[in-house]
Ligand binder design. Structure first.
Ligand code: IPM
Ligand code: MG
Length: 383
């Protein structure tokens, strides 16, 4: 039995629609396990621009700091796309990440057997050839992939000096990384690999970029402390290609802010739907299970389907599971949520994004449901 404070930022577009079922799941779970969760709803993103004239209103950061974790829906939308850079909704996200010091962004991408048909890759690519480190028990067409991208989140190009010169006709953004910034995110990735299949791929562009050469240097030091982990290095262009030509080779990918942003979107589409994918952004460690974190689905605000009861809430529900694991230290509870999601998929329920596009190839036991019904089904499946 524990008392936990959870900040909620539903945000824009489908954000509120996916946060709501995720909170319902947490409420049911707290009840089941006898925990007390207090929810602190806050505004940030485009809705805050509309109401307060800025994406991250005064006091929000401070309030979140007093919580164990932040569960976030999504921010942004076309309505705010023409605002100057510092007033765009995305700025709230960047300021929260930086202000809360969540430097390690974990983005798992798993091909679930139930969604195999939704993966755009050919069966021959999914089936193999199995890499040496492929998940245990892989045989024949069962292979698929199960990888984790660890993206550096508070440094690099997204936070470097930027500006214009030559009277506005020239623009620059800078990639700066310190040894310390690289070292700490590498360790999060290597530690994660220890709980998985013990393989790390460090992705950089060390054939061109000086910052990447420092990444490699630091990685070669850190890997000495993880002799049980197989480490290799890939240039980002090659990694982008390998992700679609042989995704099964990857276990943990560790990379910079920019490269992680791009590769995680690429990986997400391989899973069949970006709507399924959770993420955790972790701050400096204390004990295992007590790191502050921001938890959010990676899909974004999807304004085109907002308020239509069409959004897939599973990415957010799975993000809440990651929160239970990493920030609240509630492993059993996290597993309970993950098992419930699995059971619901097994039972054939599908939101539009994960429904089989071609009904002639199967999917007889599938039933198309909306956001609310999917959330309710997960709650029923908690046991
Ligand atoms: C993400 C998003 C954000 C990022 C944007 C909205 C600033 O693309 O979380 O991947 O680039 O980090
Ligand atoms: Mg992105």
């Amino acid at each position: 039995m524990g008392n936990y404070k959870i900040a909620l930022i539903p945000g824009d577009g489908i954000g509120p629609e996916v946060i709501s079922p995720a909170v319902d799941v947490l409420v049911a779970l707290a009840d089941k396990f006898g925990h007390s969760f207090t929810y602190i709803p806050l505004e940030a993103g485009g809705c805050a621009v509309d109401r307060y004239g800025k994406p991250l209103p005064e006091g929000v950061l401070e309030t979140v700091r007093e919580c164990h974790a932040l569960l976030l829906g999504a921010v942004g939308g076309p309505k705010w796309d023409t605002l100057p850079g510092n007033r765009r909704p995305e700025q709230a996200l960047l300021a929260l990440r930086k202000g809360l010091g969540v430097f390690a962004n974990l983005r798992p991408a798993i091909l679930l057997p139930q969604l195999r048909d939704a993966c755009p890759l050919k069966e021959a690519i999914l089936a193999g050839p199995p890499a040496d480190n492929s998940p245990k028990g892989r045989t024949g067409t069962a292979a698929g992939f199960d990888l984790l991208i660890v993206r550096e989140l508070t440094g690099g190009l997204y936070f470097g000096r930027r500006g214009r010169s030559a009277g506005g006709n020239s623009a620059f953004d800078t990639e700066t990384y310190s040894r310390k910034e690289i070292d700490r995110v590498l360790r999060v990735g290597f530690d994660a690999a220890r709980r998985r299949r013990r393989k790390v791929t460090v992705v950089d562009k060390a054939n061109v970029l000086e910052s990447s050469r420092l990444w490699r240097e630091v990685a070669k030091d850190v890997m000495q402390e993880y002799p049980d982990i197989t480490t290799d290095f890939l240039y980002v262009d090659n990694a982008a290609m390998q992700l679609i030509s042989s995704p099964g080779q990857f276990d943990v990918i560790i990379t910079s802010n920019l490269f992680g942003d791009i590769l995680s979107d690429e990986a997400s589409v391989l899973t069949g739907s970006i709507g399924m994918l959770p993420s955790a952004s972790l701050g400096p460690g204390g004990e295992a299970g007590s790191r502050f974190g921001i938890y959010e689905p990676i899909h974004g605000s999807a304004p085109d389907i907002a308020n239509k009861d069409m959004a897939n809430p599973l990415g957010t529900i799975l993000s809440a599971a990651m929160m239970l694991r990493y920030s609240l230290g509630l492993e059993q509870e996290a597993l309970t949520v993950e098992r419930a999601v699995n059971a619901v998929l097994d039972s054939g329920l599908r939101t539009a994004d994960i429904a089989r596009r071609d009904k002639t190839t199967g999917g007889q036991n599938e039933r198309l449901v909306g956001t609310g019904e999917m959330g309710a089904a997960v709650i029923r499946a908690l046991n």
